[in-house]
Write a protein that binds this ligand. Structure first.
Ligand code: SAH
Length: 391
């Protein structure tokens, strides 16, 4: 029998769930997967004393150490097993690429099952930012993003996300991100900012991503003791997940990848827009601001002759100001990103004058706007270029 017309949903052009086989390839459990109050039980299960949980937490989160030799407070005979069971190696370095005079380092990691992910560490005069991956691949299928072209392989575990930050913290502690122009301040010793802008849609891997946020912000030695203010969660606009995040009580910054103020174009650029259109995504972003008091970032990759027209800048400004009520656009900050080239893409960045005009039109409406830098372009380490190809 023919199906009644109009009843069928259009085929999904994005994937919200990890493929089924992901379960079988689950990474080994790691201390960083567990909340502090779950760790003692995990130790006891393996026949160890509960207080070893605290000792291991100090080694991992405070000392950044996983070498049994360096754990002199643990009985020698048990060290190897404690580490193997609770601090297993999750990330194996494959390649490290350096750019921007040593201030940007992209790391390619191999996971236990062979999947590859990337993280990018960037040193600025006043902060050190790491861009982490939350999934191997991505199911969101945005056509201008290199990660989106390969599809989703699997979700990362909480510890696989945390490990990227710990590896960066170690690199800094050992002075391996010199950066050193003479006019820069003294080397910061810590990772100050973590942005979920590497591979993957973190909000489609919600519980693991929020677990990672908790490990990063829990005070040492339970976690890394970072300020939530230094964390940014970037999303294509999964509305229910944005609302859920607003209720977690951790005021991380939300970044919404808008890229177009109109549904016709956004349906193309960010396919999930067919489920949660522009108005709904912006409403959720505003609710997030209301709940957390954190100014929301709107990301807008400027693509030549595609989304960079003056009228789109005006429409974007209007939509943002309209939501802010008496506060105008003070709830939000627009981050135009010059499109970074990806292999095989027919698109390129906007002309400089056009970009400048786009920025000016937003500012003219009182919308705070700053163009994002393009760190790591030549090592395919900039926004949207992470494809984990080991060239
Ligand atoms: N899944 C998250 C994280 C993606 S990467 C999200 O969509 O927000 C972070 C930002 O880089 C997103 O705004 C993404 O749309 C943008 N981006 C992707 N490809 C890009 C490219 N080729 N040039 C510039 N920005 C890009």
């Amino acid at each position: 029998m023919p199906e009644p017309p109009g009843d069928r949903l259009p085929p999904e052009r994005f994937t919200l769930r990890a493929p089924q086989r992901a379960e079988a390839r689950r990474p080994p459990r790691h201390l960083a997967d567990l909340a502090p109050d779950e760790r003692a039980a995990a130790l006891r299960e393996g026949g160890h004393a509960a207080y070893r949980a605290k000792q291991l937490s100090v080694h991992y989160f405070e000392r950044l150490v996983t070498d049994p030799e360096q754990m002199s407070d643990l009985p020698k005979a048990q060290r190897g097993r404690l580490v193997a069971e609770h601090l297993p190696t999750l990330l194996t370095p494959v390649t490290e690429l350096v750019a921007d005079g040593g201030r940007t380092v992209k790391s390619v990691w191999r996971l236990h099952d062979g999947a590859l992910v990337e993280s990018v560490l960037m040193r600025y005069p006043d902060r050190v930012t790491i861009c982490v991956s939350s999934q191997a691949g991505c199911g969101m299928n945005c056509p201008f993003c290199a990660t989106g072209q390969g599809g989703l392989t699997r979700n990362l575990s909480t510890a696989e996300i945390v490990e990227q930050v710990v590896a960066a913290a170690r690199m800094l502690r050992h002075g391996r991100l010199p950066g050193g122009a003479a006019d820069e301040r003294e080397a910061p010793l810590r990772v100050s900012n973590v942005v979920f802008m590497g591979m993957g849609e973190a909000l489609a891997n919600y519980s693991r991503a929020v677990g990672a946020i908790r490990r990063l912000t829990d005070p040492t030695p339970d976690g890394l003791g970072m300020s939530a203010r230094g964390l940014t969660m970037s999303t294509v606009g999964l509305v229910p997940a944005i609302d859920r995040l607003a209720g977690e009580g951790i005021p991380v910054t939300l970044a919404l990848s808008l890229h177009a103020p109109d549904d016709a174009l956004r349906d193309e650029l960010v396919p999930v827009n067919t489920r949660w259109p522009v108005a709904q995504a912006l409403d959720a972003a505003y609710r997030y601001y209301e709940a957390t008091g954190r100014r929301v970032s709107i990301e807008y990759a400027l693509i030549r002759d595609v989304n960079d027209q003056a009228w789109r800048a005006d429409l974007l400004g209007e939509l943002l100001v309209a939501r802010g009520g008496r506060g105008g656009a003070s709830w939000v900050h627009v981050n135009p990103i010059p499109l970074n080239p990806t292999p095989g893409s027919r698109w390129t960045a906007s002309r400089p004058g056009v970009q400048e005009q786009f920025v000016q039109r937003l500012r003219a409406r009182g919308v705070p706007t700053t163009v994002r830098d393009t760190r790591g372009r030549e090592i395919d380490g900039a926004c949207g270029q992470l494809a984990a190809s080991t060239r």
